[in-house]
Design a protein around this ligand. Structure first.
Ligand code: MIC
Ligand code: SF4
Length: 654
């Protein structure tokens, strides 16, 4: 059988099956590599320790070829919490055989791409933008933390087989149009829910002009389309990149077979794409930069795992040479890794940033996750990042616009939105160094014997909450009726204060829906004090955005037992299941309109009904009955019945 790239990787990693799965069929896969970052990582390793707690110490080492724990998110150590968590991460990594990347090395996805990503392998990571590494022909997938913990403990990785969509690129990008504009173009075309349960596989002559850095911008932001992953072939360009990173031995060729089939196919002519911008407050709210020319800009932030590569930084430094940023704009840059900073220094380019009046920050997530650089009140912030959800920047009324580095530099120089083609007739020519000849990142590799090592637990680390198995009947109250595209940033915001509580579920649970509905917590507490179970209803794409499983845990912590939505984002649906919350979908979409906050619901014989894939729900106060679909594999059903995946997996090992 002729196979596309995704099918090739899946079929070489299948467990307990040899036939390729059909779309939506559950598959069990062998994983080669995992990654975590600090904001999700503490919980991953607490879960891991919980799962392996009964094992003899000789069997506690992680069960993947490469596991890396990065620190790049919670890097503002304004109190002891983040520092303690980082110490926990370092010691737990040493103990169980995980490579540790301390703060300052760089942003996890940039580092993983440069140092570990390998064609034809599978990577899962507890961060939604893990797909960045798919730029080198690796199948890299962002997942909830518990999925990573289970894989580290030796479990297969389960996923529903996505549809494989071929994005066939032809033609060549025009000057000042870059990979970021390509992904913004796709977001305009497909929207933030257009990619759910799909993988985009990029082919066509058009990709020959994309470096791995360009490809990584596209695979990174495929997450905003809702995709499971996005992937490029592994070709001569990949070889050049791996050689440059001194990893030629990691290269292997990976192309789709000629004449292979895809579930869907789209052809896109790159020469039709213009410089684009995503307007507030959604990455798919895309227009041409030309349409908003003249809009005054207060802040420009360049960096994040989308646009902080060596190529982006060289472009930035060269374009700014001998120039000054506009007086009305605060310009901040976060290079992707320390190695990139060293290279810029070596190439004599770093000074251009300082001389132009740019603030050069550590290579971390920083402003992207609301760790500093909140814009001024009602400010206009132009960011090369991947998300512009309301309030994510830390200033509730700020307006965040997402652009390419080219457009962001133009805005920085002019102090207002301008089409980047105003920077000159021909963009600066970027010559990437043949070899990266600067100090290697400061990875800390685990030792062989670790029995004597002690894990450090600071006072911020609280035990994981225990959740009870599912009851036979559920009495529920609708605590909130929500709209479309509710993000995990809406459910549980980030930002310095809340992020520091990621290892303390009781404390972080106080912040459920904090930014959008600050008073909701009081209502929730009043209801749960009456031992009420709660329900949330929502429209399409509930839980889009980040992979943070905390967003699911805090719902379960407050007795939210079922979420009924018109549709779910992939990772959040999985996280809900992992923590024992039923993700149900309206069968008749107008049933949503008949429901209101405070309605009282009853679901009888839940466990029995789950077997049918449907639930009948009575609305007690309205004398109404409606049905919802609960699309779960038998394994997922067991997880919900057990009260979550930790209970389920522990039972397995007892
Ligand atoms: C994000 O970009 O929202 C994050 C912070 O990287 C999250 C992970 C988290 O919340 O810790 C993600 O994208 O998964
Ligand atoms: Fe970090 Fe932002 Fe990338 Fe998330 S999207 S990993 S916060 S840089």
């Amino acid at each position: 059988m002729k196979k596309n790239i995704v099918q090739k990787i899946i079929s070489s990693h299948l467990i307990g099956k040899s036939k390729l799965p059909l779309p939506q069929e559950e598959v069990a896969l062998k994983v080669d590599q995992t990654l975590t970052q600090d904001a999700t990582g503490t919980l991953v390793y607490l879960e891991y320790e919980n799962i392996i707690s009964g094992r003899p110490s000789s069997l506690t080492r992680v069960k993947v070829k490469i596991a890396v724990s990065y620190v790049d998110h919670n890097t503002l150590q304004s109190s002891y919490e983040n520092s303690d968590d980082h110490k926990y991460l370092q010691t737990v990594a040493e103990k169980y055989g995980i490579i540790f990347s301390p703060a300052g090395n760089g942003i996890c996805h940039q580092l993983h791409l440069e140092n570990f990503a390998r064609p034809a392998e599978i990577l899962i990571g507890s961060d939604s933008h893990t797909s960045t590494s798919s730029a080198v022909g690796m199948l890299a997938i962002g997942v909830g933390g518990l999925e990573v913990a289970c894989v580290l403990a030796g479990e297969p990785f389960y996923m529903n087989m996505p549809k494989v969509v071929n994005i066939y690129l032809t033609g060549k990008l025009k000057p000042y149009v870059s990979a970021k504009d390509v992904i913004l173009y796709l977001l305009k075309k497909f929207t933030v829910k257009g990619g759910i349960n799909k993988i985009f596989e990029y082919t066509g002559d058009g990709i020959k002009n994309f470096s791995v850095y360009d490809r990584a911008t596209i695979t990174n932001m495929g997450t905003e389309l809702g995709l499971t992953s996005s992937i490029f072939p592994s070709d001569e360009i990949t070889k050049k990149f791996l050689t440059q990173q001194k990893r030629k031995k990691d290269f292997s060729v990976l192309y789709p077979d000629e004449g292979c089939s895809y579930d869907e196919k789209y052809e896109i002519d790159l020469s039709n794409i213009e410089p684009l911008v995503a307007l507030p407050h959604s990455p798919d709210n895309v227009v041409r930069v030309k349409e908003i020319e003249g809009l005054k800009v207060d802040q420009v932030c360049i960096g994040s795992c989308t646009n902080s590569s060596l190529k982006d930084m060289i472009f930035l430094c060269k374009t700014l040479a001998g120039k000054k940023v506009a007086k009305n704009v605060s310009v901040v840059v976060y290079p992707g890794s320390r190695q990139i900073i060293l290279l810029l220094e070596k190439l004599g380019l770093l000074k251009n940033l300082y001389e132009a009046g740019v603030r050069v920050m550590e290579p971390v997530c920083g402003a992207c996750i609301g760790q500093g650089q909140a814009p001024i009140s009602s400010g206009v912030s132009v960011r090369t990042f991947n998300r512009n959800f309301e309030g994510r920047s830390g200033t509730i009324d700020a307006k965040v616009y997402l652009t390419s580095v080219e457009t962001a530099v133009a805005c920085a120089l002019y102090g207002e939105f301008v089409d980047p083609r105003r920077l000159g007739k021909n963009p600066i020519k970027i010559v990437l160094p043949k070899k990266i000849d600067v100090a290697k990142p400061n990875f800390i590799y685990p030792k062989k014997t670790t029995k004597h090592l002690e894990v450090f637990y600071g006072p911020n680390i609280k035990p994981l909450p225990q959740f009870m198995p599912l009851e036979t009947n559920l009495d529920l109250k609708i605590i909130k009726k929500l709209g479309n595209n509710i993000s995990t940033d809406d459910i549980l915001p980030a930002g310095t204060k809340i992020l520091s509580l990621r290892s303390n579920i009781p404390a972080i649970s106080e912040y459920i829906f904090h930014r959008k509905f600050p008073d909701l917590i009081n209502k929730i507490k009043t209801e749960t004090a009456k031992a009420k179970n709660l329900c949330i209803i929502a429209e399409e794409n509930y839980g889009q955005g980040s992979s943070r499983e905390h967003a699911a845990i805090v719902q379960r912590y407050h007795n939210i037992r079922i979420v009924i939505a018109k549709s779910f984002a992939r990772i959040h649906k999985n996280n809900l299941i992992n923590f024992g919350i039923i993700p149900a979908e309206f069968i008749i979409k107008s049933d949503y309109d008949n429901l209101d906050e405070d309605d009282e619901l009853i679901i009888e014989d839940v466990i029995k009904q789950l077997d049918t894939g449907m639930l009948e729900i009575k609305v007690v106060n309205k004398n109404l009955v409606f049905r919802v679909e609960v699309d779960l594999s038998s394994r997922e059903k067991e997880i919900i019945i057990s009260g979550g995946k930790l209970n389920y997996v522990r039972q397995k090992y007892q």
